[in-house]
Design a protein around this ligand. Structure first.
Ligand SMILES: [Zn+2]
Length: 593
């Protein structure tokens, strides 16, 4: 930490969260919380809440959350130290020279240099487009219909034909070879060790921003016929392709209530220019779980507008389950005969694009259509296989209402026999361990996947336990003999558990805002804040006790499973098996009252 913990805590304590946030957001008191329109995503009804007792804020819409320091970091785009300075100033606390280990200081400085080098490079590329040598790039963008305003908004630029002009420029600005190498902007000549040259040349440059508007990498499109057509920055300390989306820094504040996912940089830019500022692109790789989680922070409906070719269709089929696992409802856009959104906008204009968005189809229908295309329905064998495919897809739908309506839709569309479809579904349900829903029996509400300990349930169990013990000391006392912080399988929750256990053991007062203080990175603070906004609904003491026990069981089982994969000694494995057996009899009773 940069300053002593006690000082940070004092600064946080003196800056009442409701007072500070009220300077930025109009808040209304309702019950014990204050509500307002979230400053981190666009909304018409307030889902942003500030709890004065816990001194934390949370948005139910986008998942933003933290304490007063987090808020200032997130709102003003400040680092932890910058936020501390502002808040200390606000309550007239003077700060000493930061207490910080040499190692930590170097690490933070180094990362800042990487951000600065990327920003400097983006500025350099941008200015080249208005220089005589960059005319080629300027003309290219112009030909593609990109105006000056859009060029500026996205910081589009040009990298020269020279071998090392960016390297020379950044060196003259004082950046070391090590920083430039780690930024991914330059490469080392294999034949001449130590000699560095630019990664990008003769390319139109697309800076890639993170959600805090910091440049973290680049995409470059070659001018002319060079290969590869598109080149991205490599993975660096700042740039992780699987956790970022191109255009999200702008799309996250869009007034539209869904997002459009496209393949390329040009699609994003062209759609934004046409008024669809809710468009993002995956960064030249397959769509990932990390990207899906990121989208879920801002919207729960996504429209996929990938290229109309086979590769595009296959990529859509792969992305759908990933998105649905994040609880995002997915629709698919049809643009034929155009090959991509950029093409479509140029050919038909924004109004028509608005129309095809309205006509986009739900992912389920898209998947069924793709399945249908594989079969010749006048052949009875093919037809059977196609129907079985539909049954399988229906069984996989977890939501019962959704399953019912698609069941109906399928029967009507393909003229299927409901009884036959239903019995097929039941058969499949048994095979894959899913209990199929019986349509004739309205009282039956089965239909859940048997495996209770999914990855999500392990996350929920860890959050629940942390939520319980942080707010009730008696529950902490009751579970303490049975769980250890080291048993939390996710690193962040493990850290939170360690902090809570330590505070209790030292008999110190405990509060969520203080625990958030122990984390410097904004993303970590958001995640820790979510632990404390974990809305656990229980009706009575018995139900509560049951939930505590279930959570403990899941937590310990997950830990044992994790350890069984790691131990190599037979004795250790036997010990784990023993613990697992004892776990069956473990029951923690809580004193109600
Ligand atoms: Zn929000």
């Amino acid at each position: 930490m940069f300053y002593p913990d006690e000082l940070i805590e004092e600064i946080r304590y003196q800056n009442d969260i409701v007072e500070v946030i009220s300077q930025y957001v109009r808040l209304n008191k309702k019950g014990s919380s204050h509500f307002g329109l979230c400053p981190f995503h666009n909304e018409k009804t307030p889902s942003f809440s500030v709890a004065q007792d816990k001194q934390i804020y949370h948005c139910f819409g986008c998942g933003a959350g933290g304490n007063v320091i987090t808020f200032v970091m997130e709102y003003e785009n400040y680092s932890f130290v910058e936020a501390i300075k502002v808040l200390a100033d606000r309550v007239n606390i003077s700060l000493p020279e930061p207490e910080i280990s040499e190692e930590m200081r170097k690490m933070v400085q180094y990362k800042q240099q990487l951000y600065d080098a990327n920003k400097e490079a983006a500025k350099y590329f941008y200015h080249q487009t208005s220089a005589p040598l960059g005319k080629k790039a300027y003309d290219y963008l112009n030909d593609r219909g990109i105006g000056d305003e859009t060029r500026k908004k996205f910081g589009l630029g040009f990298s020269h034909f020279f071998r090392d002009d960016l390297y020379q420029y950044l060196t003259s600005k004082g950046y070391s070879d090590a920083v430039l190498r780690d930024s991914g902007l330059v490469l080392e000549d294999k034949n001449k060790p130590g000699e560095l040259y630019d990664r990008f040349f003769n390319r139109v440059m697309f800076p890639i921003f993170d959600i805090h508007n910091r440049v973290i990498g680049f995409g470059g499109r070659v001018l002319g016929d060079g290969m590869p057509k598109y080149l991205n920055s490599p993975e660096t300390k700042l740039f992780d392709k699987s956790k970022n989306l191109y255009g999200l820094n702008i799309a996250r504040t869009s007034r539209r209530n869904n997002m459009i996912l496209v393949e390329g940089y040009m699609d994003v830019i062209s759609l934004h220019q046409a008024g669809f500022d809710n468009t993002v692109a995956s960064l030249g790789t397959a769509f990932t779980k990390g990207q899906s989680n990121l989208i879920k922070r801002y919207t729960s409906e996504l429209i996929i507008a990938y290229d109309s070719d086979n590769a595009g269709v296959n990529a859509i089929l792969k992305a759908i389950p990933i998105l649905e696992a994040s609880d995002i409802s997915v629709r698919v856009l049809k643009m034929l005969p155009y090959k991509d959104p950029d093409d479509f906008i140029k050919g038909e204009g924004p109004e028509r694009f608005e129309e095809i968005i309205a006509a986009s189809i739900p992912s389920f229908m898209f998947e069924v259509e793709q399945l249908e295309a594989k079969y010749n329905l006048s052949d009875p064998d093919h037809k059977t296989k196609f129907y079985q495919g539909i049954a399988r897809k229906l069984v996989e739908l977890e939501n019962e209402i959704k399953r019912d309506s698609y069941f109906e839709a399928m029967i009507n569309r393909y003229n299927m026999n409901p009884k036959a479809l239903n019995s097929e579904m039941e058969k499949i349900g048994k095979d894959v361990g899913i209990v199929s829903h019986k349509r004739e029996d309205a009282s039956s509400s089965e239909g859940k996947i048997k495996n209770r300990f999914s990855k999500d349930s392990i996350v929920v169990a860890q959050k629940n336990i942390l939520t319980f013990i942080v707010s009730h000391k008696d529950i902490f006392e009751a579970v303490r003999p049975y769980i250890k912080p080291s048993e939390f399988v996710d690193g962040l929750y493990r850290q939170v558990a360690e902090i809570i256990f330590e505070l209790y053991e030292e008999n110190l007062e405990i509060n969520p805002a203080m625990i958030i203080n122990k984390f410097v990175e904004l993303d970590q603070q958001n995640n820790v804040a979510q632990v404390f906004n974990n809305d656990v609904k229980v009706e009575n003491g018995m139900q509560f006790e049951k939930m505590v026990n279930e959570s403990v069981q899941i937590l310990k089982n997950a830990y044992i499973d994790k350890m069984s994969g790691q131990v190599t000694e037979v004795n250790d494995l036997q010990e784990l098996i023993k613990v697992k057996r004892e776990l069956q009899d473990l029951y923690i009773s809580l004193n109600h009252g």
